[in-house]
Design a binder for this molecule. Structure first.
Ligand SMILES: Nc1ncnc2c1ncn2[C@@H]1O[C@H](COP(=O)(O)OP(=O)(O)OP(=O)(O)O)[C@@H](O)[C@H]1O
Ligand SMILES: [Mg+2]
Length: 514
């Protein structure tokens, strides 16, 4: 198959080769089907095909069964015979076992190279979603980001955000004057949500060195695309963290990659497994933005493939954009199942040879109803396709094999040690310390200048108060200096010379494309 990823055999006796055209692979896709029907193997063979065509891919390994991509299948494997029979049936004459170039990633830094981003890059919108904030709390988070942007306080890790929130809490009154109600109750609520996130391991996601997208878009020495596998088994315990991270990655790709129109083959293919997690109780506003990113990222040469049990899990606006489809079997136990099945069937261009709805119910394991975009991006008529067997190992590799792949990777060492640059936390801490020292010095000078009698009087009066004054002098002081800065900021804004305000993209991440 030229210019296409070979998917399997369709038509009578499964003898007609079916392929996913590389030219239209950036027009997104869907892999759906009930549990155990072959979605993961389909994902595996698509990754193999893209890699072989020189297209890097990114995928999350939700069940831990994709690492086998790094190792060739074997004639000694249990499934060797069914695989070769299947290959023969679909006319896959040059079927051979092969390993693919894999880079393992892991937010927790155990099963792969660590992946990190900064709080600032994630932005207020996604972070609010991640923290499940109320509208009022989201408002405060927006103010926090704005202040950080304006005041040059880098928000790198969660510690930075926490420090900034403490500062906002201390200055709630002044900030309310400028931004409207900044309630310390809401600030406290965000702080508590951050603790929850930290307990889920979220602290690991934020910090530096942050992931460079170019590291996901590499090819090996033979020109094969890198298969990037994100360990997600542990991550799945915090579905919000999982979904938000993938969404962030998508939005980063969108913001950072240059416009390429419709390339001969995609620059990257992004598989979004357990896609329903992205849409489960997501607010309409977020879904709209995902829809927008999906629509626009196409022209950056990125194809996004959603994998989910039921196509009904994907909002209609987004479903409508998924041009390449592999629909494995759906069950039809309940009235709702049947309705969803009918709706799924209706989205295909009918094949006179069979009834789509019946086919979706009847296809066997590793078989699917497929429709790929053809010339001019028109959906092809639906086919019953026997999916090709994988060339790489089915099922995971061992921990030792994984460690070997990681050690040999170009990425080894690049992200392993976290870096703690001076950021909001340190700046605010130093500012507070400086303010406290200044306050103490001012106080001493005032004391020295006082008349001896007055000093005695004040000392006596201050006996119980001095310490309190000193320990709170930090916030008193910073409030005053903040007040000064605020005036300056307001003046700057009025005269329209801010200019420094950081531009944020569709999903609120930093906009770096300019
Ligand atoms: N294309 C294929 N070629 C050969 N065997 C296949 C193919 N697809 C599926 N199978 C067989 O079916 C089994 C189940 O497939 P798979 O793990 O892909 O299902 P799934 O839909 O991902 O299930 P789950 O929802 O549980 O993750 C595989 O382990 C394999 O034995
Ligand atoms: Mg699976």
């Amino acid at each position: 198959m030229e210019d296409a990823v070979f998917v399997g055999g369709g038509g009578p006796e499964y003898g007609v080769q079916q392929g996913l055209s590389l030219k239209y692979a950036n027009r997104h896709g869907l892999i759906a089907g009930a549990t155990g029907t072959g979605k993961t193997v389909t994902l595996q063979i698509l990754a193999e095909g893209f890699s072989a065509a020189g297209v890097p891919v990114f995928m999350a390994d939700v069940k831990g069964d994709l690492s086998g991509l790094a190792k060739a299948g074997s004639a000694a494997a249990k499934l060797h015979e069914p695989f070769t029979e299947r290959a023969a049936k679909i006319g896959f004459t040059d079927y051979a076992y092969a390993a693919f170039p894999v880079t393992f990633w892991d937010m927790f830094g155990q099963q792969g190279h660590p992946v990190r981003t900064t709080v600032s890059e994630m932005g207020p919108l996604l972070l609010s979603q991640l923290l499940e904030l109320s509208e009022a709390q989201e408002g405060i988070l927006n103010i926090a980001f704005r202040l950080a942007d304006e005041e040059g306080l880098p928000l790198l890790d969660l510690k930075d955000l926490q420090a900034l929130l403490v500062w906002i809490g201390e200055n709630a009154k002044d900030l309310s004057l400028r931004y409207g109600n900044v309630s310390s109750a809401s600030v406290g609520a965000i702080q508590r949500r951050l603790l929850v996130l930290e307990n889920q391991g979220g602290a690991k996601l934020f910090g530096e060195p942050a992931l460079a997208l170019s590291d996901l878009m590499r090819c090996d020495a033979d020109g094969r695309g890198m298969v990037n596998i994100l360990a997600a088994d542990q991550l799945m315990a915090s579905p919000k963290l999982y979904a938000t991270f993938l969404l962030w990655l998508l939005s980063e790709l969108f913001e950072e990659l240059p416009e390429v129109g419709d390339p001969d083959k995609p620059k990257l293919v992004f598989f979004f497994d357990e896609a329903h997690l992205l849409f489960d109780d997501a607010p309409k506003a977020l879904i709209n933005k995902v829809e927008q990113v999906a629509r626009l990222i196409r022209s950056k040469g990125v194809g996004v493939y959603f994998i989910t049990q039921n196509p009904a899990d994907v909002p209609e606006d987004i479903l409508g954009q998924l041009g390449n489809r592999v629909q494995h079997a759906l069950r039809a136990f309940t009235a709702k199942d049947r309705k969803e099945l009918r709706m799924a069937a209706e989205t295909y261009r009918e094949n006179p040879a069979f009834d789509t709805e019946t086919a979706i119910r009847e296809v066997g394991v590793g078989e699917a109803v497929t429709s790929m975009l053809q010339k001019k991006g028109v959906p092809g008529i639906v086919e019953r396709t026997l999916i090709r067997p994988p060339s790489s190992q089915l099922g995971p590799i061992t921990a030792e094999e994984r460690a070997g792949v990681m050690a040999a990777s170009e990425m080894a060492g690049k992200y392993d040690s976290p870096l703690d640059r001076t950021s909001a936390f340190e700046i605010l801490r130093d500012r507070a310390a400086k303010a406290a020292a200044e306050a103490a010095r001012a106080e001493e000078q005032a004391e020295a200048a006082e008349e001896p009698a007055a000093r005695d009087f004040n000392a006596g009066r201050r006996y119980s108060g001095t310490r309190v004054t000193r320990s709170t002098s930090r916030s008193t002081r910073s409030t005053t200096s903040f007040g000064d800065q605020m005036t300056k900021m307001v003046v700057k804004e009025l005269t329209g010379t801010t200019g420094r305000r950081i531009v944020r993209g569709i999903l609120g991440g930093l906009f770096k494309g300019r």
